[in-house]
Design a protein around this ligand. Structure first.
Ligand SMILES: [Fe+2]
Length: 307
């Protein structure tokens, strides 16, 4: 049975280029009930769950985001009253969620005329948010279809090529950096609003700036994400650029010096190869982030009491 419903002509015209809305058949799926999500949260390593107060401004500074001093399971249990925002990251590590993600991404890509060899790196992120919660202005470094399961969600997307909204420096990926990006009130006139109810979905191509809010009841959504070969390459270059900038060596944007871009891709792969075995342990991942990028790089492990 199909779970992605979209006009193929629209998908072919807009896929990976510009945001558009579509439909899905997962609103009543048992993998998204609160008891199943509590079970999922309990099974995930602590650094895969990020949560904080949902009562934040669109342009809140990363250091000003209020923390919640409660275990993740308790936040989900009390999501109707907790005023919380939570993401459970990389849920594809649970085989049931992976199966759903694989089917979803395959059907979406097929509708747009693309093959399974055109993408990789399937990852799923489940958002559980209280009513009137805000996900501040940010970009994501993968292709994404956000599906709405429960409650209303309002997604504002912005022009992906407007560097006055997000500079190239702010597109560089750095593990030391917070996801939230600088936002100014007047940006709002340039937003496109996508109003989602259960059964709706919105495609957000790579790096499309966006911010999100929930309606009058709690919300459950899932980001179905994947990467194209082009996205994988751009992320390697931007990761190297972000890391070099952290060490005081700012770089030109991808595409400015192709030979340097190629060298950065090779450099990235070498470093990744060395670190890959160490990253299997959560304690070593936290330690590595702290050693290389400083204590702030583990900001999402903080509670009200601090680290
Ligand atoms: Fe996002």
């Amino acid at each position: 049975m199909s779970i992605v419903f979209v006009d193929p002509a629209m998908a072919k015209a807009k896929f990976l280029k510009t945001p558009f809305m579509l439909k899905h058949g997962l609103a009543d799926h048992q993998l998204f009930t609160l008891p199943r999500l509590i079970e999922l949260a309990k099974s995930m390593p602590r650094d895969s769950i990020e949560y904080n107060s949902g009562k934040v401004a669109v342009g809140v500074k990363p250091e000003d985001v209020p923390k919640i001093d409660m275990p993740a399971e308790a936040v989900i249990k009390s999501i109707e009253t907790a005023n919380a925002w939570m993401v459970i990251k990389r849920v594809e590590r649970d085989p049931a969620y992976m199966a759903l993600l694989e089917q979803f991404v395959r059907e979406a890509n097929e509708a747009a005329g693309r093959k399974s060899t055109d993408y990789s790196d399937l990852e799923g992120f489940i958002f559980v948010s209280s009513a009137k919660a805000t996900t501040p202005f940010h970009v994501d470094m993968e292709e994404n279809i956000l599906i709405q399961i429960k409650g209303d969600k309002f997604v504002r997307t912005f022009d992906n090529d407007d560097r006055s909204l997000i500079s190239e420096e702010n597109l560089e990926y750095s593990p030391a950096g917070h996801r939230n990006r600088h936002y100014e009130e007047h940006f709002e006139t340039r937003a496109t609003l996508h109003s989602m109810k259960p059964g709706d979905a919105v495609h957000m191509p790579y790096t499309v700036p966006h911010w999100v809010s929930t309606g009058n009841s709690y919300s459950i959504s899932m980001a179905m994400t994947w990467k194209t070969p082009d996205v994988v390459r751009m992320n390697k270059i931007r990761f190297m650029n972000g890391s070099l900038r952290d060490y005081g060596l700012p770089q030109r944007a991808p595409g400015a010096v192709p030979a340097w871009d190629a060298a950065k891709v090779v450099g990235h792969d070498v470093i990744r190869g060395v670190l890959a075995p160490l990253r299997k342990s959560e304690r070593l991942r936290v330690l590595l982030r702290q050693m290389i990028y400083g204590k702030k790089a583990n900001y999402y492990l903080e509670t009200k009491k601090g680290m």
